[in-house]
Design a binder for this molecule. Sequence first.
Ligand SMILES: [Zn+2]
Length: 294
Amino acid sequence: MNHQISPSKYTKITFLHFRAIRSERSPEEQYSVGYMQDNGFRFDRYNTWSTIEEHLHKLRDENPDLVTLIEIGRTHENRSILVVKVSGHRSLAPERVSIWIDAGIHAREWIAPATALIMLDKLVNDYKRDPEIQTFLDNIDWYILPVMNPDGYEYSHSKNRMWRKNRRPAQCKKNYFHTICCSGVDLNRNFDWFFGSTGASADPCHETYHGPAAFSEPESRAVKEFLEKNPVKAFITLHSYSQLWLIPYGHRKRSYPQDYSTALRPLALRATKALNKLYGTKYAVGTGADLMCK
Ligand SMILES: [Zn+2]
């Protein structure tokens, strides 16, 4: 999951990211699209964390038979890290399996939480009427973490639209003339897989600062501890932007897990083909290192 890119590539991506953000629709335009509402919650706009949190509680209260909320930890600013568990009424398989989907590890990538929320809504609300969704829910426990970095997400709404990291309190460093203090850790560089290697920075002021140690941050630690107790068959993490379906490994070019060509890549090709059929979108498939570090 730690897709890593070179600093020059990173600057280019950040610039393009900024350009994409500039073309976001204005709030007025967002409000003018009147479709896709669920009980007052709007799926056609970027909601604040408090609105999302309220929506998740409501979803649980209205569907107690399908939805469980699990607080897997709390952030530096004491926000809740909320996993939504969705499972059906009947258990058809002898042993249930689990799928994990998280979004919003990077604060400014707002479309990722919005996508996780609409997936969640579809699973819950179509269960009663769609046989395919029934099969999904009766055989699989879905763990969905729509906003993994709520502090950063909120900060990107209220203070700095381009904020990427979490909100770890500022660390200060002195040089000859002055002291510089910078906050935040890139949670996507805070896991222990090749911690601190290429594509991560040791400088607290950098966008890809990896933190003082692997799993130093409440958000990444909460995910790790939860997954250790609840092993999953599939792990999907949503980012933006790019039309990429990234599969492991991400730390080095031409480095692949054993089941890369027998399972991971064929599955990714099936998934992207299905997306293309439905939406006409085209995704490149490969490892983060192979696709992003040219
Ligand atoms: Zn990202």
